[in-house]
Ligand binder design. Structure first.
Ligand code: NAD
Length: 493
């Protein structure tokens, strides 16, 4: 039995899942459909049209027409109003959107209500404000003669946005909001595991009154719809969030058409507790760092560096509190951890746990499926005392598995924290402000949180060093990736 869903959501699930192209909901040209599952049971929630290269081509054409037509002529102020209107509609439909994310991703509904949905709406509002501020500048050139030289920021064109399944609506918003604010048209390809909230958003885009083709949503599989978007010659930019392997493949393929590419990829983020930290807060922060959203977070603080002097105390706090995490149906308001997104992903995570044991890491908590939580893809919060050399401490697991790594000296921990191909985020826990800043500057990561973890805001740039990606989302930094700068020279002689 499924928990009660908001009536508007039941009605949405009853409508056939179709592609959103050129302002209309349409079937896939080849007629394919695929099932979308509820990870708390493994049962199907809905069937969705399976977009292929032919549908991507239709969507790109619709986006191009929008740029050449009504959308391209929409003034900055009018673009801002549309984005504000969309944010309002998302808030009006917050209950349905939160329930949908809980149902399809398996995340606790409270987290969707407090995090995913309000942050996604805030994102549209933040970038709505930027539409009227994207000016150029007049340049003091030294070339002999007399010239007026100025710059303009123009939209890149058709943007292909490819997103993962862990924060489907929020990460789609990270791409749609700046892309639309800068005047681009977008073809969004949600993950095949979680396409529903993007289709719900498409209905809100239509209701908000965006010109047809400004936003298109084409659910489908990575190798079909995703690859077609990457290869399409009329797509000027790909904004991708997902795995390192797919990111590398996209970058390689993009060379063929010189597409602009931004990549938000994986991580193996260090979270460092120093001896002088407020240990109660640090332990809570460490648990939030790894178990929030079932550990299915690119920034998950999966390598917890703990001072040897306080090892026992910290391990005791971590295991005691993690054992109390309420795991169960994502739609129950009291649930703190839901199932993993799919059977395949659960098996991958359990495989890492077995490897951890086989390589000699000490299992302190969890380490197995949680059958009492439900018949879906539940894995218990898992904590290992591990070494840097173990696979569980080196590779991204993308699940609720923490490696606790003891250390002695500051220089040592900074060096070990940086010894990773990734560089997405990091945490530092200390009450010594000078130490906090010195370490924050030394860490090779796109974001460093001091005495906090998993903090996000539309104004603060997000992205990775090293294999964690290229480019930044959020803040004014995102806009640079969605505009081309043009210099214009007027010879006054
Ligand atoms: P994934 O790379 O398997 O898939 C991401 C998206 O790419 C999906 O929409 C998928 O259909 C599509 N895709 C797959 N193959 C493709 C191809 N050949 N061409 C074009 N598109 C293709 O990743 P996932 O399993 O959905 O998500 C998990 C990964 O995402 C993790 O590595 C995680 O760290 C990363 N992630 C990063 C961030 C960030 O902000 N840095 C945020 C969330 C997730």
């Amino acid at each position: 039995m499924r928990a009660m869903l908001p009536a508007r959501l039941e009605a949405f699930l009853g409508r056939a899942g179709r592609l959103f192209i050129g302002g209309r909901f349409v079937d896939a040209e080849e007629g394919g459909r695929f099932a979308v599952l509820d990870p708390s049971t493994g049962d199907a929630i809905a069937e969705v049209a399976r977009g292929t290269a032919r549908d991507v081509a239709r969507a790109v054409e619709a986006a191009r027409r929008a740029l050449d037509g009504a959308w391209g002529r929409t003034s900055p102020d009018a673009r801002g109003r549309l984005l504000f209107r969309l944010a309002e509609l998302m808030e009006d439909h917050a209950a349905e959107l939160a329930a949908l994310e809980a149902l399809n991703v398996g995340k606790p509904i409270l987290e969707a209500q407090m995090g995913d949905i309000p942050l996604a709406a805030q994102h549209f509002r933040y970038f709505a404000g930027w539409t009227t501020k994207l000016g150029g500048e007049v340049l003091p050139v030294s070339l002999p003669g007399e010239y007026l030289v100025y710059t303009r920021r123009e939209p890149v064109g058709v943007v292909g946005a490819i997103v993962p399944w862990n924060f489907p609506l929020l990460i789609a918003s990270w791409k749609l909001a700046p892309a639309l604010a800068a005047g681009n048209a977008v073809v969004l390809k949600p993950s095949e595991l979680t396409p529903l909230s993007a289709l719900y958003l498409a209905e809100l885009v239509e209701e908000a009154g965006f010109p047809p083709g400004a936003v298109n949503v084409v659910p489908g599989f990575g190798e079909e719809a995703g690859a077609a978007l990457v290869e399409h010659p009329d797509v000027q930019k790909i904004s991708f969030t997902g795995s390192v392997e797919v990111g590398r493949e996209i970058l390689r393929k993009a060379a063929g058409t010189f597409k602009r590419v931004t990549l938000e990829l994986g991580g193996k983020s260090p979270n460092i507790i120093f001896e002088d930290a407020d240990l109660t807060r640090a332990v809570r922060g460490a648990l939030l760092g790894i178990f929030f959203n079932q550990g299915e977070v690119c920034a998950a603080g999966s390598r917890l560096f703990v001072p040897k002097a306080h090892l026992e105390r910290i391990l005791d706090g971590l295991t005691r509190e993690a054992a109390r995490i309420r795991q169960g149906s994502p739609l129950e308001p009291g649930t703190q951890m839901g199932p993993l997104v799919s059977r395949e992903h659960m098996e991958r995570v359990l495989g890492y746990i077995e490897r951890g044991k086989a390589e000699g890491a000490t299992l302190l908590l969890g380490g197995e499926p949680n059958r009492e939580a439900g018949r879906g893809f539940y894995v218990k919060p898992t904590i290992f005392l591990a070494g840097d050399e173990h696979a569980i401490s080196r590779e991204e697991i993308f699940g609720p598995v923490l490696s606790v790594l003891p250390f002695e000296r500051l220089e040592e921990v900074v060096e070990r924290a940086n010894r990773s191909p990734y560089g997405l985020a990091a945490g530092v826990w200390t009450q010594d402000v000078k130490k906090a800043i010195r370490v924050a500057h030394a860490l090779k990561a796109g974001t460093v949180w001091i005495n906090g973890y998993n903090l996000f805001d539309a104004s603060s740039p997000w992205g990775g060093f090293k294999a964690s990606g290229i480019g930044r989302e959020m803040g004014r930094y995102a806009l640079e990736h969605y505009t081309e700068v043009k210099s214009i020279w007027l010879n006054l002689a």
